[in-house]
Design a protein. Structure first.
Length: 280
């Protein structure tokens, strides 16, 4: 059995929630969408509406909604003047599992669920596609069903949004065209050395030049031992093959120099140790 608009289970103000309240455009008359009448114990004894935040009175033990407990000065049932109430967790659990249909059912939504899912259904960006939403762009203000919002942002909105076809980032048309494409990590680039490898995504270009590009100028791998040749990567292999003897001579000389240096260091350390021993 559904509950009609004139029934007593109507929510007339924004839902309280941790961190704030929901915007005006998602105020909902729960009574129109409940799939069956709620039990009497979940009805506020003051306003006769469904207790979305049920509280238990300390005097007569009846349930009141959170809104009424903020204004009640004396219990409307037992007339207790020092009226106090605490959250009724058992009743809250019952309220949270009351079953509803989507407010947009008449538009085609077939959702059915419970009250604790209701808020996200209407508010979240991935909620009901039939929900009426307002374009978030500055200066626009047009309303439409959520399922049409993206098309509107990309084609009609005064602040059009574009989606980068390379990385999927979505932003204002001006930003995408004038700035984002110049820094998009997935934007395809040609090798600056015109090596023939095209469409390298921007984030991989440095790696290509450092390790793979055949036309990138690189140092000889024997640079540290004295070879100062700098050639295209594709010519470096031939250079190394043609200069094996010279490179070995450089390596030999580097080893001799290193040995002599180590010998001097060792001799200096020995002298210092001897001098220290003599002092003591």
């Amino acid at each position: 059995m559904s509950v009609g608009r004139d029934a007593a289970y109507v929510r007339t103000r924004t839902w309280s929630r941790k961190g704030g309240t929901l915007p005006i455009d998602v105020r909902v008359d729960y009574g129109d969408y409940l799939m069956e009448d709620p039990p009497d114990r979940l009805i506020c004894k003051a306003c006769q509406k469904l207790c979305l935040q049920p509280h238990l009175s300390n005097c007569c033990g009846y349930t009141f909604c959170g809104e009424c407990t903020e204004t009640i000065k004396s219990c409307p049932l037992c007339k207790e003047f020092q009226f106090k109430a605490i959250i009724n967790k058992q009743a809250l659990r019952e309220v949270q599992v009351l079953r509803l249909i989507c407010p947009n059912r008449i538009k085609g939504c077939e959702w059915q669920g419970v009250t604790k899912e209701f808020e996200s259904l209407l508010e979240n960006t991935d909620g009901c596609i039939f929900a009426e939403v307002e374009c978030p762009a500055d200066g626009c203000g047009k309303t439409m069903q959520r399922q049409y919002l993206r098309i509107h942002r990309e084609t009609e909105c005064i602040n059009k949004q574009l989606t980068c076809k390379y990385c999927g980032n979505q932003s204002d048309e001006e930003y995408i065209i004038n700035q984002h494409l110049d820094e998009c990590s997935q934007f395809p680039l040609d090798c600056p050395n015109t090596c023939g490898i095209d469409k390298i995504v921007r984030e991989d270009l440095n790696n290509h030049l450092k390790n793979f590009c055949p036309l990138e100028v690189v140092r000889c791998e024997y640079h540290d031992v004295g070879c100062h040749a700098e050639l295209n990567r594709n010519a470096m292999e031939d250079h190394c093959k043609q200069n094996v003897a010279q490179h070995l001579t450089m390596v030999k000389q580097a080893l001799v120099n290193a040995s002599e240096k180590l010998s001097k260091i060792s001799k200096n350390l020995t002298n210092k140790v001897n001098q220290t021993s003599q002092q003591y």
